[in-house]
Design a protein around this ligand. Sequence first.
Ligand SMILES: Nc1ncnc2c1ncn2[C@@H]1O[C@H](COP(=O)(O)OP(=O)(O)O)[C@@H](O)[C@H]1O
Ligand SMILES: [Mg+2]
Length: 167
Amino acid sequence: MTKIIAVTGTPGTGKSTIARKLSLLLHYQYLDGSQLIKSAKIARGYDKKRRTAIVDPALFTREVLKVRAKCAKKGIKGLIVDSHLAHFLPKRAVSCCIVLSCAISALAKRLSKKGFNQPKIRENLDAEIFDTILVEATESGHKIFRFDTTKPAGKALKILANKLKKL
Ligand SMILES: Nc1ncnc2c1ncn2[C@@H]1O[C@H](COP(=O)(O)OP(=O)(O)O)[C@@H](O)[C@H]1O
Ligand SMILES: [Mg+2]
């Protein structure tokens, strides 16, 4: 069965960047969680105040498992799931969960560059300060690798990829 590696973190911590790089290093397929939510039409609505889609993690899981089944048929070894919901995938489906983190000052700059409004920047900085995603991922029981993206990830990412190969 195709392995799943979940890549999660507060917006701006580098999920898409790191997940894509890992997919190249490991020769695994990359899955864009936001794209999947759109194409599978699983958003229950849109939270205007927070400017985010409201998604039931169970529906997200169902769609990811469908993608994995297709990958398995093609003989693909692994799937890297890039999403702030990736850590809600069930423990049994995931071989490990990478939780990204970033220094607050750098994260504030990245979110501003992404065009986030002030309340949304504040909300995400608070989530990062309180390690919200790390706590949720731990509660899900995943094997966790924490990875800091404050500085450009070069050698450290290769070391992580080598650890992941051994799983
Ligand atoms: N070491 C790093 N790892 C990942 N992203 C980084 C790193 N350093 C800077 N960045 C930048 O941070 C920004 C946010 O990354 P992105 O992958 O879009 O985050 P996310 O998908 O979590 O919202 C990008 O502009 C990316 O180039
Ligand atoms: Mg992204």
